[in-house]
Design a protein around this ligand. Sequence first.
Ligand SMILES: Cc1cc2nc3c(=O)[nH]c(=O)nc-3n(C[C@H](O)[C@H](O)[C@H](O)COP(=O)(O)O)c2cc1C
Length: 353
Amino acid sequence: MNIDLQESWFVGEVEIPSRLVLAPMAGVSVQAFRRQGRRYGAGLVCSEMVSVAGIQHRNERTLGYLRVGVDEHPLAIQIFGSDPVAMAEAARMVEAAGADIVDMNFGCPVRKVTKTGAGASLLDDPDLAARLVDAVATAVDLPVSVKMRRGLENGSRTCLEVGPRLVEAGAQTLTLHPRSAKQMYTGEADHSLTAELVERVDVPVIASGDITSRAKAQAVLATTGAAAVMVGRAAQGNPWALAEILGEAREPTREEVVAELILFIRETVRELGEERATGFLKKFYGWYLGRGRFPRPFKQELVTVGSIDEVETRLFAAAPGARDVLERLEAEQPDPEDEVLLDSLPISIYGGG
Ligand SMILES: Cc1cc2nc3c(=O)[nH]c(=O)nc-3n(C[C@H](O)[C@H](O)[C@H](O)COP(=O)(O)O)c2cc1C
């Protein structure tokens, strides 16, 4: 079995240059993560889920999620909500922000989201789910995709009934994470359901869940007929997993790990501001420096360090050669001025009209 993951495919008219997609992950999928994903071969990257209510209320932090870098394309921005009018308006904002695809979240299992009728709970309300897709597909010229779970309850096959209805309503791609909402992240993703969904719809299907290696990616593509695999947790602090899946396996040196981490830190500080970034980044230290790359006490120590400058100092001390690697990486970064910033969105979009 040797499936070529470097083939391109299409979401609507948007060409996706590889069959590897970087998963949307709340609290993880910042711009630095998405850019890095593109550099390591992900054909498509996705923002974390963005609240439609937050967009509607012009919440500053929420609007920050709509910032798009020139080197992120193709990029999907994911929205969640349960009101068709608000969802359509949010989709127009996503389009104005410069995304290539609007992705709709019908999979989030977290109670705070499902109790509002959004996320995975939409799988139990196929009429509303279809109306939401129709409202968004009508509102924008961008292709619309939907990401969903298998259903709410363990063993559910709801996605097989709902999926075709969403396609009828205008979804041009479906992503399936075949766990139930109840399972959260326990047990295994059952990709036999992905295969069944592929049979039932005539749009590309992306397989999400437990793709951690090239062997697993190829097995899932071969047995399901999916257009692409999506990688989430395996890529946290580990872009080298993406390269491995694409057939370019190579263990990073300590210098490369530190350089990628420091680039990630600097970009995230620029995106979130130092105060927010300080807490946000802590989980990434363990993700980057774990996997036997650095001794455990070093990792633990970084988490307790108060300032980002001090974190950088200690990282450079642990791998001095990282300075050269970082310099090369930074030289390849696009000019921050080349971003689509919110300030440049048309006023009428802010105006709520
Ligand atoms: C921390 C975390 C946050 C996530 N946030 C989102 C999200 O915002 N939107 C979404 O559709 N899925 C989200 N997911 C689900 C992932 O996109 C993916 O479907 C799931 O993790 C299974 O893939 P994996 O085994 O490769 O991690 C999240 C997963 C994790 C671990």
